[in-house]
Design a binder for this molecule. Structure first.
Ligand SMILES: [Zn+2]
Length: 625
């Protein structure tokens, strides 16, 4: 029997005129009541770290996702949608480019997308659309290659009290910016991408006493509220807007021994919600396995814009899945390079086809998803022919596909990614076979627990000590233990760990900065200065290191020698407020009151209205007059 599923009308002009209905039910009016056959606008919403099974439309009984659920009820819900990588940048690069990570080049956070890879933004821009993106976390900063083709790319991070930029921002701010941009576009057709970061760890306030799972749901509820604001803000244009909502990856809460995401390619972290709604959208469920690479070709087809070739994705359309099963079933690819990049362990590559899934690892894995959706029984040895067939398929997705590389990760970028829990920093050991991540899952889970923000104080220190007992060479654990000890004023206990992290040749100057701060507290200034000079050799372009080199020289009685360090720091980051304050003080100490007053005035003009540093700067300025 032929099973005809009316899934979507966007790509099938012949059926547009007939309208679409919920699969298996009476065909009804278009969901939005719009008459336009082709949406004038596209709104892409990505919610970071959102598991599909925490959304009401996907059957979660405790869901607080009314806006997502309403969108799903009015549109198409892909019940088996999979990310191409359980990592923010690679997954978003796939969403925007329609290509798998080997073909777009951004294979991990911090590794920029390849030069010249076409995306939805470059394609819509060339077709005359106004294009805007507003993102909420540093892994999607413009430096990583996704900004090409966007007229506006909102990635401004708030500053801390010392002027250092934050690594994420609230969805409220992102949506405010997105709506302001949307209002500025006049009559133009628009492509707008909004990224919300709320569900990513840490989940709310760990000290609140609320269970972790409830706090994760709280964050999802907040993201859903922001989706509602965004949709309301479209006003009348909503009826002409194709809306796509998805997530870049899921989140593990202990499944397969994993905490967080990025280490494994199980469906715990690959399965995501995918909802499409808009003019003349079908209502119903799309049960075929689909990949986030399918979003770009589908959106382009829906809006009548030619897709750049070649794309890995396919247009999601109502005549996919007309037969009970594609024969042979379509193959979908996913990977993670995080085990290698973060820990020096083997990367993982996977291909699914129908209900079979293969994971290429030092010990390969094969799962029958129909009988074992949780991927708990490895059938690689029991079904060698099936495993070999999908193993061969992996190479077709990875071999000879790399685009021209674009830039390298900077130490400053690595530091900010580490702050979000990425980049363990151990690095591969030359000449040794790579470890299988599943053999190291206990260690990885402990590290993830530490970076998730769930542990504080004594519990955090104890967890780090356990990691170091099992893995004495782990520089990331040593660094974090150093800072945990500093936080409770124990510089003596912190120093050996900072020194261990420095000895492990980490790519950033964080351990040097921690050690220098401790030495300064103990008034061991010449030693602190030596450590900072070493830090500058590790990270020559780190403005925080330069500012501290200036501070120690200025406080140590050589303010004239301090001035060029402050000036270099400010050339790199004009909003590093501590550096400008230090520069003003150094000028004052050399007797150059004019330059001191100039810097203090500049600092006042750059500080936000309510900044806590203003009174001190005003006092300095008063003393200089
Ligand atoms: Zn993410």
């Amino acid at each position: 029997m032929r099973i005809v599923r009316l899934l979507s009308c966007w790509a099938c002009a012949a059926l547009v005129a007939t309208g679409c209905g919920r699969a298996g039910e009476t065909p009804g009016a278009p969901a939005t009541g719009a008459t336009a056959a082709v949406p004038r606008h596209v709104l892409l919403i990505t919610i970071d770290t959102l598991r599909a099974d925490r959304v009401g439309a996907y059957g979660y009984t405790k869901a607080r996702t009314p806006h997502l659920d309403a969108l799903a009820a009015a549109g198409l819900t892909a019940t088996r949608a999979y990310a191409t990588a359980p990592v923010t940048l690679p997954s978003h690069a796939s969403i925007l480019s329609g290509r798998y990570p080997p073909a777009h080049g951004a294979r991990h956070n911090g590794v920029a997308m390849g030069e010249g890879v076409p995306t939805l933004a470059t394609t819509f821009k060339a077709a005359g659309f106004a294009t805007g993106a507003f993102v909420s976390a540093f892994p999607l900063d413009r430096r990583f290659g996704l900004a090409a083709g966007f007229d506006a790319y909102g990635d401004r991070w708030a500053r801390g009290p010392d002027g250092r930029p934050a690594d994420e921002r609230a969805g409220q701010l992102t949506v405010d910016e997105a709506l302001a941009w949307r209002r500025s576009t006049g009559d133009a057709r628009t492509f707008l991408w909004v990224h919300l970061f709320e569900p990513h760890a840490p989940y709310g306030d760990a000290a609140s006493g609320r269970p972790l799972s409830d706090r994760y749901d709280d964050e999802i509820a907040e993201a859903d509220r922001q989706v509602g604001r965004l949709l309301d803000g479209l006003g009348a244009a909503r009826a002409e807007t194709l809306i796509v909502v998805t997530a870049d990856h899921g989140e593990a809460f202990g499944e397969h021994g994993e905490i967080g995401h990025s280490l494994f390619v199980y469906d715990t972290t690959l399965q995501v919600p995918l909802i499409l709604a808009g003019p003349r959208a079908a209502r119903g469920l799309l049960p075929d396995p689909v990949s986030l690479v399918d979003i770009a070709p589908t959106v382009l087809a829906a809006t009548g814009v030619a897709a750049p070739a070649p794309l890995d994705g396919e247009v999601l359309r109502q005549d996919r899945g007309v037969l009970p099963q594609d024969d042979p079933p379509r193959q979908l690819y996913a990977e993670t390079s995080a085990p290698f990049e973060d820990f020096g362990w083997s990367p993982l590559r996977s291909v699914r086809a129908g209900t079979s899934k293969y994971i290429l690892a030092p010990t390969p894995e094969f799962y029958d998803l129909a009988a074992d959706a949780g991927e708990t029984t490895n059938l690689a040895a029991a079904r060698p022919a099936d495993a070999a067939r999908l193993k061969a398929a992996v190479a077709t997705f990875t071999a000879g596909r790399a685009p021209a590389p674009a830039g390298a990760t900077t130490p400053e970028a690595r530091r900010r990614l580490q702050a979000l829990g990425y980049l363990g920093g151990a690095g591969p050991t030359a000449g040794q076979p790579l470890a299988d991540p599943k053999d190291r899952r206990v260690l990885a889970a402990r590290l993830a627990e530490v970076t998730s923000g769930e542990l504080t104080g004594a519990a955090l220190e104890a967890a780090l000590e356990r990691i170091l007992a099992d893995d004495p060479g782990n520089p990331q654990a040593a660094l974090r233990l150093g800072y945990a000890r500093v936080a409770r004023g124990d510089c003596r206990g912190a120093a050996p760990h900072f020194r261990a992290a420095i000895a492990a040749a980490m790519p950033t100057a964080d351990a040097h900065l921690g050690l220098a701060a401790c030495l300064t507290t103990e008034r061991r200034l010449p030693e602190a200065l030596r450590v900072l000079d070493q830090a500058a050799a590790v990270e020559p372009g780190n403005p925080v290191v330069l500012a501290n080199q200036g501070l120690l020289r200025s406080d140590g009685g050589t303010p004239a020698a301090a001035v060029p360090f402050f000036e270099r720091a400010l050339a790199l980051d004009p909003d590093l407020h501590q550096a400008r304050f230090g520069l003003a003080i150094a000028f004052a100490r050399t007797g150059d009151r004019v330059s001191a007053a100039r810097e203090a005035t500049t600092l006042l003009s750059r500080l936000p209205a309510g900044a806590p540093q203003r009174p001190e700067v005003e006092r300095l300025l008063g003393a200089l007059r």
